[in-house]
Design a protein. Structure first.
Length: 619
């Protein structure tokens, strides 16, 4: 490959004296390089190959893909001018798969050490020893390898590592913060999965975990060297990226229910999942079984472009469908794509990261942050929508149950009312006719005996007449055809006028013309009538009144019925004369929700107050 250079003999000018070295030094100008592009070298003939100055190797800042899998050899000289043994470390750069150190001797190459695990290879030199060193290197299989070989004194190695790792510390902090947020999101989603057992949450965890590890390892391996860093950057980062995106597609299908709502998109997502997995398998086989890095790089870029294409397609579909849940995810994907584009631009332009805002990784992580934020918004929206849907469904079920219960109650009430009507009809037809016959025969008997008075016949006639009136009141209260305010008022009016007829008490009744058209059940009608009846009875027996006024008034909150006489009033300290009458009156009204009061007001005033909230009352 190189036509000029060095073979076996090194000039003194390219030896580095570690005896005079204080801490570390870059040996780019003192190192030689040979890259075996023809696969002709081995440890037996490497000293016969032509090495060229590393300083003239134009690809040392970025190794081109065609040279990534080719064995590379560095050659340089070390000299220990001190009178004591010394140890130094060789560090070629961050990303190397293999670092093997050999010393040239008269008999050939002698193995010294390797730096595979840490990236630093140890070299021991005896006092005044002069050694020709050959380093066998294998580049990490990724696009950002560089060569910057350094020699570090043993007592300075830990300081050197710390300084190297502290570079781009703000990017590391950003990465750890973002990975912490992703971990919290994973735990949050895990709780949701435990509570709901929905597959979509499981698939989101399966997406978020690779993303978490991707961001975490980016931060934790940044400016670290060694085998794991090489494994992560050369293979595992892409594996995490693609598996994460595959699970994101699976999650999106379940989260958006594309199987039912968006069938075409569902087919595209399914095809993309299997295609990406197939490409990842091919990529893995090429990576571990071949040296076809250019083909490997092609498959890597193909997978990234497919992920990008699917993202753009999803964004277009979301804004076409105008479905809010899709738009949340689409906006998150759009931000991820935009910031990934900025990241890629910085990489292609080979912008050296001098700070947070010039680092390509920073923009990639910002995109992930936006995608995560909009996912949470979408999850919140979906949970709220599902909660509202469940509440509506529960309310509908509750209303349905209440409707059926109400219908059952109506059926029961209807059956009861029909039974009441039947009983009242039977009482009217059978008992009523019988009581009328008894009263008629008692009157005929009285007429036949003439002026002779037989008390028993008088009692029979009086009892039959009283019982007939009571039975008529019962029949009236039981019949559903009388369940109205107007009917109740008319019945009370008729009874009152008839009751005081020929009694010496003048009865006046005042009823408003605009009575509300409301239903009054038989129970209420019966209790109100019995209270009115008892009040009128007290007026006639105890009040010594000459006038009684019955007034029905509409008030803002319902109706009031006043029964007022001009009698002697009521002595609340001597209520024995009324027995249990007042107690029964109050109890009847309490049972029906009517306010009962009795007071002295130039006589006795009985008030029945019914609060009515029915909408018909205002009509």
């Amino acid at each position: 490959m190189y036509t000029t250079g060095y073979t076996q003999t090194l000039p003194d000018s390219i030896y580095t004296d570690i005896g005079t070295m204080r801490d570390s030094g870059v040996i780019t100008k003192k190192a030689l390089i040979f890259i075996d592009t023809e696969n002709v070298s081995n440890l037996n003939n490497i000293t016969q190959q032509i090495f060229s100055p590393l300083s003239k190797f134009k690809y040392r800042e970025q190794i081109p893909p065609r040279l990534i899998t080719k064995p590379a050899y560095l050659q340089f000289g070390l000299f220990n001018s001190s009178n004591s043994a010394d140890t130094v470390y060789f560090f070629p750069g961050i990303l190397f798969e293999k670092i093997n150190i050999y010393k040239k001797t008269a008999s050939g190459l002698t193995y010294v050490s390797n730096g595979h695990s840490t990236g630093y290879a140890e070299i021991y030199l005896a006092p005044n020893e002069k050694a020709d060193i050959i380093v066998n290197l294998e580049f990490c299989r990724q696009n950002y390898n560089y060569l910057k070989p350094q020699i570090i004194k043993k007592n300075y190695i830990e300081t050197f590592k710390k300084i190297t790792r502290l570079k781009s510390d703000d990017l590391k902090t950003m990465g750890f913060v973002l990975s912490g947020m992703l971990l919290m999101l994973i735990l949050f989603t895990l709780v949701n999965y435990a509570l709901t057992r929905k597959k979509e949450f499981f698939y989101y965890i399966a997406y978020a975990l690779p993303t978490f590890f991707l961001v975490f390892f980016y931060a934790s391996t940044r400016n670290y060297s060694g085998s794991f860093t090489c494994f992560f950057n050369g293979y595992f980062d892409l594996f995490l990226l693609i598996t994460g995106n595959v699970f994101y597609l699976v999650f999106s299908r379940h989260f958006l229910n594309t199987k039912i709502k968006h069938k075409r998109l569902d087919k595209i997502f399914k095809a993309a999942e299997w295609f990406l997995l197939g490409l990842l398998l091919v990529f893995t086989l090429i990576h571990y079984l071949t040296e076809w890095y250019l083909i490997e790089s092609f498959f890597e870029n193909a997978m990234k472009f497919i992920v990008l294409g699917i993202g753009i397609l999803f964004i277009i579909a979301a804004f076409k469908q105008k479905e809010r849940l899709m738009i949340y995810l689409a906006i998150g994907s759009a931000f991820a794509i935009i910031f990934s584009g900025i990241s890629l631009t910085l990489i292609l332009l080979k912008v050296t990261p001098t700070g947070l805002f010039t680092a390509a990784l920073f923009y990639h992580e910002i995109g992930l942050l936006f995608a995560m934020g909009f996912f949470l918004l979408g999850l919140t929206y979906k949970n709220r929508s599902e909660l509202i849907g469940r509440i509506k469904e529960q309310e509908a079920l509750k209303l349905d149950v209440e409707k059926k219960d109400f219908e059952n109650q109506i059926a029961i009430i209807k059956a009861q009312q029909e039974e009441r009507n039947r009983i009242s009809a039977d009482m009217h037809d059978d008992l009523g006719a019988g009581m009328t016959t008894i009263r008629l025969y008692s009157e005929l008997a009285k007429n036949k005996i003439g002026d002779r008075s037989i008390p028993e016949i008088e009692k029979i006639s009086s009892s039959a007449n009283e019982l007939l009136n009571k039975m008529n009141a019962i029949i009236w209260s039981m019949s559903s055809s009388n369940d109205s305010l107007g009917n109740m008022v008319a019945y009370i009016r008729s009874y009152s006028l008839e009751y005081f007829e020929n009694s010496g008490v003048n009865c006046t009744i005042s009823i408003p013309d605009d009575l509300p058209n409301i239903v009054v059940s038989g129970e209420i009608r019966r209790n109100v009538f019995l209270v009115v009846k008892e009040a009128l009875n007290n007026v006639l027996k105890h009040s010594k009144a000459t006038e009684v006024n019955i007034t029905l008034q509409r008030v803002p909150d319902g109706l009031k019925l006043f029964i007022k006489d001009n009698g002697v009033g009521i002595d609340f300290e001597k209520l024995r004369q009324f027995g249990n009458g007042l107690k029964n009156m109050k109890k009847r009204m309490d049972d029906t929700g009517i306010i009962f009061t009795i007071e002295n007001n130039n006589g006795t005033l009985v008030t029945l107050h019914r609060v009515i909230t029915d909408a018909n009352f205002s009509s």
